[in-house]
Write a protein that binds this ligand. Sequence first.
Ligand code: PNS
Length: 174
Amino acid sequence: MAKTKQRAGPGSVAIYPGSFDPLTHGHLDLIERGARIFPRFIVAILKNPEKKALFSLAERLRLLRDEVKDVPGVEVDSFSGLLVDYARAREATVLVRGLRAVSDFEYEFQMALMNRRLDEVIETVFMMPREDYSYVSSRLVKEVASLGGDVSGLVSRGVHRALMAKLRGVRRSR
Ligand code: PNS
């Protein structure tokens, strides 16, 4: 496997990978912070046919693009396969991941070290979202919304609208 040669440094292209099913205020906060540090910040949605998502890839791409269209330097894309392969293809040397709480640490630590083993030049950078969002996850947003709880302060208006419509559709199809 060809390795990345250029090391991470000022001006590096960064990738913020994830499922974004759906995008939350925590993700958006991280995108805004990341884009202030990295001149090119690629938000990359994993195409994973094995993982059952509530929103299709096309829907997630559209929702994300709508939300970040005014954030300079941010691009939205999707990828499949190994993240380090995608990073190399995009000439990115930084992977950004959010750390909300200590409970995130173990999984993130494993992923960061595995990715480093696969390509030692690619650095993982952890960033913390605003503390108000430290408990917010896509999984909880979906669970609470599906049980009738109010998640309007945790996702954008566009995502909220899409989430309500999606859950109505899911209920109808049962
Ligand atoms: O938002 P998520 O679901 O926590 O994101 C996980 C993601 C997409 C970053 C991770 O599953 C990933 O990178 N998948 C791509 C396949 C890969 O490279 N796996 C090895 C990672 S060590």
